[in-house]
Ligand binder design. Structure first.
Ligand code: KG4
Ligand code: ZN
Length: 357
């Protein structure tokens, strides 16, 4: 089927997202967030997130249908995030999607949240988006995942090239923001604080960049294409403590800027090298950390230098949303993929290679 009209449902974490696409054209993207209810805990509380999805679901769905100017009976398929994510939160979206699919007699596609973050890069606002280029990679940077992928096809060929061995990039932002007293979520807070700081004030470690981990192109080390961010957070904490111990004000902006530079430097350097060594000439950026201003800037620069064609989604499509789920659903429908069973369950640790449940 060409240009299918697909409704996408996302409830894997704290955003209730409903999006509607026609092929690669974006028609609606409504997001309700329970973020404010988690702020005082400094992180997402799964039970609160799940209850908030129940409350937000119907009004968000109504808004999305109105914005797109369609009704449920018009859609060709319903796509929903089946994992990875918080089990209780995923279950709300999956149950709602099954109910809608059954009531309206529509096929259901239970899709992978991580691949959906990548698929959204093909979506355009006012025109049909571009098809996937041959030899494409994706850098996926979210709150729970940091991965470099080879994308042979969004519907049946995703291969993991490298990933973080400890904290995800977004997790590092959230933890570091907390220790700098910048609040939750940490990514936007550090991004903003860093604008007033010196990125070279502190030289923080770039994890897994020593020759013993990286090896060479001819003889790659075990962690050549992997990242590690847990040491970085500790280094920021030690630096802040030294100021406190001397009774001096902690230079939050400089620490934030230097932390951000370390994250973005190692993310971009390893992503570009993985592309080069795997013969990948196009790169899609996806996930919540893709909203980061410095990552967008430095990745654009390094891809241009390396002759890699970079595609970066608009900021509202980087953090969790339903349009990305609809976008992947539309790719699956177009490719003639078999719909999911109405019996599918949430899989909180769905691996990235498994695109469809
Ligand atoms: O993809 P996402 O919305 O949810 C997950 O699937 O995890 O990503 C959320 C993560 C959080 O860790 C948040 O701090 C981070 O994305 N984030 C950012 C920025 N905006 C959101 N990190 C850095 N800079 C930003 N501007
Ligand atoms: Zn996400």
């Amino acid at each position: 089927m060409n240009e299918p009209l697909v409704l996408g449902i996302e409830t894997s974490c704290d955003e209730t997202g409903i999006g509607i696409v026609r092929g690669t054209r974006l028609l609606a993207n409504e997001v309700a967030s329970s973020m404010n209810e988690h702020v005082r805990f400094g992180g997402v509380i799964p039970e609160i997130a799940a209850r908030a999805h129940v409350e937000a679901f119907t009004p968000t769905l109504r808004k999305a249908l109105d914005t797109a100017g369609v009704e449920l009976r018009d859609v060709d398929a319903i796509a929903v995030t089946a994992g990875p994510g918080l089990a209780g939160a995923l279950m709300v979206g999956i149950s709602a999607a099954k109910g809608l699919a059954l009531a309206a007699g529509k096929p259901l596609y239970g899709v992978n949240h991580l691949v959906a973050h990548v698929a959204v890069a093909l979506v355009e606002d006012d025109a049909a988006g571009s098809p996937l280029a041959p030899n494409t990679a994706a850098l996926l940077v979210s709150g729970g995942h940091t991965e470099i992928l080879r994308i042979g096809s969004l519907t049946h060929d995703v291969e993991l090239i490298g990933s973080t061995i400890d904290d995800a990039a977004g997790e590092a932002y959230d933890k570091t923001a907390r220790l700098l007293g910048l609040g939750y979520p940490g990514g936007p807070a550090i991004d903003a604080a860093a604008r007033h700081g010196d990125p070279h004030a502190f030289r923080f470690p770039r994890g897994l960049t020593m020759p013993k981990f990286e090896g060479t192109a001819q003889s790659p080390g075990k962690h050549r294409h992997n990242w590690s961010f847990s040491g970085l957070k500790t280094a920021v904490a030690r630096a802040a403590e030294q100021f406190e111990a001397q009774g001096l004000a902690v230079p939050v902006a400089d620490l934030a800027a230097s932390f951000q530079e370390a994250v973005v430097d190692v993310l971009t350097a390893k992503a570009v090298r993985a592309c080069r060594e795997h013969g990948l000439t196009s790169l899609l950026l996806g996930g919540g950390v893709a909203a980061n201003s410095r990552l967008r800037e430095l990745l654009a620069q390094r891809c241009a230098d390396a002759g890699i064609e970079l595609t970066v989604p608009p900021i509202p499509l980087c953090t969790d949303n339903g349009a990305m789920v609809a976008a992947l659903g539309a790719q699956l429908v177009s490719a003639g993929a078999q719909a999911s069973s109405l019996e599918i369950a949430a899989d909180s640790s769905l691996p990235v290679e498994q695109i469809l449940r």
